[in-house]
Design a protein around this ligand. Sequence first.
Ligand SMILES: Cc1cc2nc3c(=O)[nH]c(=O)nc-3n(C[C@H](O)[C@H](O)[C@H](O)COP(=O)(O)OP(=O)(O)OC[C@H]3O[C@@H](n4cnc5c(N)ncnc54)[C@H](O)[C@@H]3O)c2cc1C
Ligand code: FES
Length: 245
Amino acid sequence: MDFEAYVELKEPLQENEMREVDLDCGSQGKKKVLLVKQKGVLSALGSKCTHFGAPLATGVLGEGIVRCPWHGACFNISTDVCPVCLIYLGDIEDFPGIDSLPCYQVDEVGNNKLRIKASKTDIMAETRIKTMASRNPKIENTFVILGGGPAGASCAEVLRQEGFQGRIVLVCKEKQLPYDRTMLSKTLDSKIESIQLRTQDFYDNHQIETLLGTEVTEVDFEKKQVKLSTAVTLPYTKLVIATGC
Ligand SMILES: Cc1cc2nc3c(=O)[nH]c(=O)nc-3n(C[C@H](O)[C@H](O)[C@H](O)COP(=O)(O)OP(=O)(O)OC[C@H]3O[C@@H](n4cnc5c(N)ncnc54)[C@H](O)[C@@H]3O)c2cc1C
Ligand code: FES
């Protein structure tokens, strides 16, 4: 951790209180940090929702979670790591956001004085991507995801986040990478690049194959394979049907 700064609180943080504070990051300016106290434990996280940047301090604090006031994305605020689902501080737990919050080490070092430690990269970041497993070519299991809307795209990502190391193929008849379809009726002049959920580099880096402009024309559940509009037959171990409505 190569960044350290101090925050003086005017009043101590109360149990079940969230408060946004300014952190002086020197030449990089000021950074807002969300402080949360629950069960006597203090946490420090990014202050803005990773979806559209709502101030989380005005959201709803539940047990171990904060829920965004705008569209309800939910983030873990507990410093205990769940041994079953491996959810860490700041991890996203509910959509529509897809990224987690950056989080920092916080210690009480005096009367109403806190020390915040982080890496310089993390302290300026607005979002954090959960750790993703790498593809292991020795694992032959293949997930075929039929449909490249937000459901299909989230499924592909979450598989890697949950440690799946086999092959993932996302097949979509649209030519575009998965995008936020809800924006189509909000910003009518949206450019596709600005509403894409992830870049092609993201999918390449996490070895998620994207077959765009490709329709699944037939599913053979007996043989566990799908036929594509490109005349290719694709075998699967598991099939996810996320074709929307
Ligand atoms: C203009 C508009 C505005 C919206 N605004 C809002 C909003 O404000 N709030 C809100 O909550 N929701 C909104 N929605 C709804 C929201 O976009 C959907 O709920 C969401 O996109 C559903 O995601 P999905 O991944 O399940 O399905 P979809 O987004 O429908 O994605 C399914 C994908 O599967 C592909 N597909 C289908 N069949 C095949 C096949 N045989 N082979 C290959 N690919 C296939 C489709 O081409 C599509 O890309 C809006 C929708 C639209 C169209
Ligand atoms: S801004 Fe938080 S869920 Fe949309």
